[in-house]
Design a protein. Structure first.
Length: 131
């Protein structure tokens, strides 16, 4: 119990984290707006619920305020439970395996704000915002 309380305190100190809930075996994190900087432009991707299954380490994303014309979740999400974490994939899964949730969330947020790889062109489908 004490360990979880300390871990949750660390999570709440991470920039972009608005709130945290425990729903059974799920850790549910509410984010502020995720913005991706791409080729000098900023794109509002939306505010998210990040759900981590504490038993299995599975991560699910739900975009609460998508600015995409078809309300897609994220440029690197194929479905809510299939997200391409790119170069951070191993780091995220290793942190989750060790139950280092705050570390995993930092990596997850970093991946969610990064434009690189095969789907980089999709970022421009979201709403451009002022700096």
């Amino acid at each position: 119990e004490e360990w979880y309380a300390q871990e949750f305190e660390r999570i709440l100190k991470i920039p972009l984290i608005r709130a945290l809930e425990i729903r059974g075996s799920q850790l549910v994190i509410h984010t502020d707006t995720i913005v991706i900087l791409f080729r000098g432009f900023r794109y509002d991707i939306g505010r998210f619920l990040i759900t981590i299954e504490m038993g299995s380490g599975a991560v699910y994303l739900e975009n609460l305020t998508s600015t995409h014309p078809q309300r897609r979740c994220h440029p690197y999400a194929y479905t809510n439970d299939r997200f391409c974490w790119g170069a951070l994939s191993d780091s995220i899964h290793e942190a989750l395996k060790k139950r280092e949730y705050a570390v995993a969330i930092v990596y997850i947020l970093q991946a969610m704000q990064t434009a690189e790889g095969d789907a980089v062109h999709r970022v421009k489908e979201w709403k451009e915002v002022e700096a």
